[in-house]
Design a protein around this ligand. Structure first.
Ligand code: ZN
Ligand code: ZN
Length: 631
């Protein structure tokens, strides 16, 4: 997978500065058999108002409300103790990425999202990481479907892999389904998978669950929050969201609906934590449009190149609008961006005035100050279009003095170095580079999170989508809003959180973790292979080859030494001759002592050579002795 696919994923991490908060005490470690004392909904002092007519809801927008207030129905039917709702996150709580959560009630499981994570620095050669779904496989008969909140990689990226084992229908909104379909096509899985399009406001029934899709705003269009109705109560899952009152495309987040569901009585809120450490509000996407307008006005005589996230269609729309206003032609460059913009345009999520978009081949027909290039590579990804332009290896675009390059993105922790490298290269080529105030986040800041809590008014709070520190920040917000500490759950991936109106408790753990994907291999690279790769990457490898005669064990050829990534042989001849001598001595020593066990001989070779090289070089390459036998 090329680096430029990191785009969508990176966007979600844009609030991050590394460092997860390990070692903190898990706050739910309370005494055994803890029961939450039944009481009125925490500090909101709210009267149960579910009888404010659910029928009212039915009338609106064709919405149906599948369950009445869970509190009431539970008290009306005392005959059998109601089952509990189990919430089982299989990923996404230790990092941003690999979001996947199972909701289980009796014989029904629905799974919200199925994302991937990109590899850590020490996962050499790994393309991506997908969640371990052993639990779903073991309970396959219960699994009713995947419900996807939006089309970012950390929410849909693992679907092609997971669907191979857990082949159930996938439900989501139009653009999200289109992006998933694109993915499945690449994996040749279009025929075997059922994709079902859902509209905002629509409710789908999956086993004991009903799930309502609620319109939200995010850095990709068609994002949804979910109201998950179960006989044990309602859970609201926000997905990734922000509150944008003036979105570029479509409607603002359906705050009214959150309030209506809040009135019914919500058992738990699972809310996006990405920006929970940031105070205030996230600015509207539209504010970036004003910045573009100022820039285009100021740089009327320059060519403009803007790098942004491939999936941020609204951003691209605003650049196109500004270009149109200033009578410039637009080129879109970078495979992932061309793909997504193509799909978005086909489905009507972007409006491109006729004649504005031109093929990159036609660029030379227009004066530079009449063109704009929108490109991938805002994170300095080495293979992305902007990095190739900066390195002067892009076949169609050469950076010239006078070019204005705009990074419409946040520098993401971990990517600063590569971004900085690209900026330097661009400056050397004579371009002017702007990277401030040209981006807004797609995630809710503290005040928006407070708004969400105030509308939904959950009994329990389960912060999601974030490293420990981000979720902790949300937990503090929840507490400040009056949710009792004991009702806030800082759970971990694999935890089984059992919820009902009376109690909430982590009752166990299921198999979970990351499975490494390298090329076509899924899960075949484990810790041992990774350790080898790390060793190889640090000190290289030395291969020792020798030939012994069968029965007599006479040394017939070698030992010969071949190395890679260790030293430059031509400049280290003496070292290699001595090394060869060391190996020879070790072999003869073995043979003199009548040692015929090859593994012992190999160990001797390894030990003596390794000692020698350490003494001489303070390096420990991987040593691989190979003994051949001839008659
Ligand atoms: Zn996300
Ligand atoms: Zn997202």
């Amino acid at each position: 997978m090329s680096n430029e696919n990191n785009n969508e994923y990176n966007e979600v991490r844009d609030a991050h500065d590394g460092q997860s908060g390990h070692g903190a005490k898990r706050p739910y470690n309370r005494q055994k058999n803890y029961k939450y004392k039944p009481q009125h909904r925490n500090s909101y002092n709210r009267k149960q108002t579910s009888d404010r007519k659910t029928t009212q809801d039915k009338e609106k927008n064709g919405r149906t409300v599948p369950f009445k207030n869970p509190v009431k129905s539970a008290s009306r039917k005392p005959k059998k103790p109601a089952s509990k709702l189990k919430i089982i996150p299989l990923g996404g709580l230790e990092q941003i990425g690999m979001n996947i959560t199972a909701f289980e009630y009796e014989d029904s499981i629905v799974v919200v999202d199925c994302g991937l994570a990109f590899p850590e620095d020490d996962m050499l050669g790994i393309d991506l990481v997908i969640p371990d779904v052993t639990y779903l496989k073991e309970n396959i008969s219960k699994v009713k479907g995947f419900v996807i909140t939006h089309g970012h990689e950390d929410h849909i990226g693992a679907l092609p892999y997971v669907l191979k084992d857990v082949n159930v229908p996938v439900y989501s909104t139009k653009l999200t389904i289109a992006l998933i379909a694109n993915k499945l096509k690449e994996h040749n899985m279009t025929r075997t998978t059922k994709l079902k399009e859902v509209k905002h406001g629509q409710v789908i029934n999956l086993g004991d669950f009903s799930i309502e899709f609620i319109k939200t705003n995010h850095s990709i269009q068609d994002a949804s929050a979910l109201a998950i109705y179960s006989p044990a109560g309602i859970v609201v899952h926000t997905g990734d969201f922000k509150v944008d009152y003036t979105p570029v495309f479509g409607d603002a987040i359906d705050l009214q609906r959150f309030a209506e569901i809040g009135r019914k009585g919500v058992l738990a809120l699972m809310c996006d934590s990405t920006n929970a450490e940031r105070s205030g509000f996230t600015m509207s996407e539209r504010t970036v449009g004003h910045v573009f307008d100022n820039l285009f006005n100021e740089y009327k005589t320059n060519r403009i190149i803007i790098a942004t996230f491939a999936s941020n269609v609204d951003r691209v729309q605003q650049i196109i609008n500004t270009a149109y206003k200033y009578d410039r032609k637009v080129v879109v460059e970078g495979r992932s961006m061309v793909n997504i913009i193509g799909k978005a345009s086909e489905l009507g999520y972007i409006n491109i005035p006729e004649g504005t978009l031109i093929d990159i081949e036609l660029l030379r027909n227009y004066p530079p100050e009449k063109t704009v290039i929108i490109t991938t590579g805002s994170q300095g990804e080495s293979m992305a279009a902007l990095s190739r332009m900066a390195a002067a290896i892009h076949r169609k675009v050469s950076i010239c003095p006078g070019d204005l390059v705009v990074f419409s993105s946040n520098p993401i922790p971990g990517n600063e170095k590569s971004v900085s490298k690209v900026i330097n290269e661009l400056c050397v080529l004579g371009a002017e580079v702007i990277y401030q105030d040209t981006h807004v986040s797609g995630h809710a800041c503290q005040e928006e999170i407070k708004l969400m809590y105030s509308l939904v008014r959950p009994k329990y709070s389960i912060p999601v989508h974030g490293e420990f520190r981000h979720r902790k920040a949300q937990a503090e917000i929840a507490e400040s809003l009056g949710i009792p500490k004991d009702n806030i759950f800082m759970i971990q991936s694999g935890d089984v959180l059992e919820l009902s109106e009376e109690s909430a408790l982590v009752t166990g753990q299921v198999t979970h973790g990351g499975i490494l994907v390298d090329g076509l291999g899924v899960g075949d690279v484990g810790n041992i292979v990774l350790r080898d790769r790390q060793n190889l990457s640090q000190d290289g490898i030395i291969i020792v080859v020798l030939t012994l005669e069968r029965y007599t064990n006479n040394l017939l050829a070698g030992p010969d030494i071949v190395s890679r990534g260790f030293v430059y042989i031509r400049e280290s001849e003496n070292l290699m001759i001595e090394a060869q001598q060391v190996v020879e001595d070790a072999v003869f020593d073995c043979l003199d002592h009548k040692i015929s066990d090859w593994s012992k001989i190999k160990n001797e070779i390894r030990d003596s050579l390794s000692n020698y090289l350490w003494k001489k070089m303070k390096r420990s390459p991987m040593i691989l002795p190979i003994i051949m036998e001839v008659e």
